[in-house]
Design a protein around this ligand. Structure first.
Ligand SMILES: C[S@@+](CC[C@H](N)C(=O)[O-])C[C@H]1O[C@@H](n2cnc3c(N)ncnc32)[C@H](O)[C@@H]1O
Length: 274
C-alpha cells in the first residue's frame, strides 16, 4: 500500500502518541549531535531553501537556519513545533514552523533546494508515500538527506522488543526501522534520486548511569514506548513488558553496571534529485 493514510482518526492517534511524554527532553539528553550531522552531510549553506520533514523540535532545522539558510521546519505534532519555536527564539534563530504530514506535504512541487529529515519521516506509516513527497517537493538537482535508525541497530532492537506489547500499527504501515535498510531506501526512491551516500554511523550515548535508566527514560518520555507500555498494562502484561525492556538495556549496554554506554546505529542517506 503506497498511498497516504487519510483516516483522520488514525492520523490523530499517531499525532497524540508523539505528543505524549517529553520528546524535547530526549533530544537535549542524547540526540543533539544528529541535527548538525545531517546539516553537514546535506551541505546546507546561506540562502538555500531547506525543508525539514518531521522536524520535531528543530534538531536539524535550527542548525540549518544558523548557516543562513531559509528553513521551514514541518511536523505532524504541534506540541513539538511549539517547543522548537521556543528553542529557536532562545537561540535567536529565525525559521518557519509548519504543521504538515510527511505523507501529504502542503508545499508546491520543486520548491526546496534541500529536503531533509533526521530520524523523523521514517516514523510516518506509509514509506512509499513519504518518499514520493520528499522527491516531489525537492527541485531537480536539489538534495534529499535523511538519518534513519537501522533495523539491526539499537532502535531496531527496541522496536522488536516493544512490538509484541504495542497497539496495532496503522493499516498499511511498514516498521519504521526499515528506512535504515539500504535496499529499502533504494527501492523507495528508485531512479528519481541519485544516492551518493548510504553510510552507517553510530550515535554514542553515555548519558545514563545504570543501563536500566535508559529504559526508564524511554518509558517516561518516548511516545512509542509509552503507548506500548499502556497497551501491555491493558493486557495484564506490564511485568513482562518491563522485564523485556530491562533485558534489552542489559543486552545493548557496552559499558558497565555503573556507567552505561550504548551505540545507536543510523543510516546516512544523501542523494541528488534527478
Ligand atoms: C524521533 S522524532 C524526530 C524529531 C526530529 N527530527 C529530531 O531529530 O529530533 C520523530 C518525529 O516524527 C514526527 N512524525 C511522525 N509521523 C509523522 C508524519 N506522518 N508526518 C510528519 N511528522 C511525523 C513526530 O511528530 C516526531 O516529531
Amino acid at each position: 500500500m503506497s498511498g497516504a493514510v487519510t483516516d483522520p482518526e488514525v492520523i490523530a492517534r499517531h499525532r497524540a502518541m508523539w505528543a505524549t511524554g517529553d520528546y524535547p527532553s530526549m533530544v537535549e539528553t542524547f540526540l543533539l549531535p544528529l541535527g548538525p550531522r545531517l546539516v553537514e552531510m546535506c551541505g546546507i549553506g546561506p540562502g538555500m531553501r531547506v525543508l525539514d520533514v518531521a522536524a520535531g523540535t528543530g534538531n536539524a532545522s535550527i542548525p540549518a537556519a544558523k548557516t543562513g539558510a531559509e528553513v521551514t521546519a514541518s511536523d505532524l505534532t504541534p506540541e513539538l513545533l511549539e517547543a522548537g519555536r521556543a528553542r529557536a527564539q532562545a537561540e535567536g534563530v529565525e525559521l518557519e514552523w509548519t504543521e504538515a504530514n510527511a505523507e501529504q506535504l502542503p508545499f508546491e512541487d520543486a520548491s526546496f533546494d534541500v529536503v531533509m529529515s533526521s530520524i523523523g519521516a521514517m516514523f510516518a506509516p506509509r514509506h512509499q508515500a513519504v518518499a514520493d513527497e520528499l522527491v516531489r517537493v525537492c527541485r531537480p538537482g536539489g538534495t534529499i538527506g535523511m538519518l534513519n535508525w537501522t533495523p539491526e541497530g539499537m532502535i531496531g532492537g527496541l522496536f522488536r522488543t516493544m512490538g509484541p506489547f504495542a497497539p496495532p500499527p496503522p493499516p498499511g504501515a511498514t516498521p519504521p526501522p526499515q528506512w535504515g535498510s539500504e535496499d529499502h531506501v533504494r527501492e523507495l526512491f528508485g531512479d528519481r534520486v541519485d544516492l551518493r551516500t548510504l553510510d552507517r554511523e553510530m550515535l554514542e550515548i553515555t548519558a545514563f548511569q545504570h543501563p536500566h535508566d535508559y529504559g526508564t527514560h524511554f518509558k517516561e518520555r518516548y511516545g512509542p514506548t509509552i503507548a506500548a507500555q499502556g497497551n501491555a498494562r491493558r493486557n495484564d502484561q506490564e511485568a513482562e513488558f518491563n522485564a523485556a525492556v530491562d533485558a534489552f538495556c542489559d543486552e545493548w549496554n557496552l559499558g558497565s553496571e555503573d556507567a552505561a554506554r550504548f551505540e545507536q546505529e543510523y543510516l546516512v542517506v544523501v542523494g541528488t534529485r534527478v
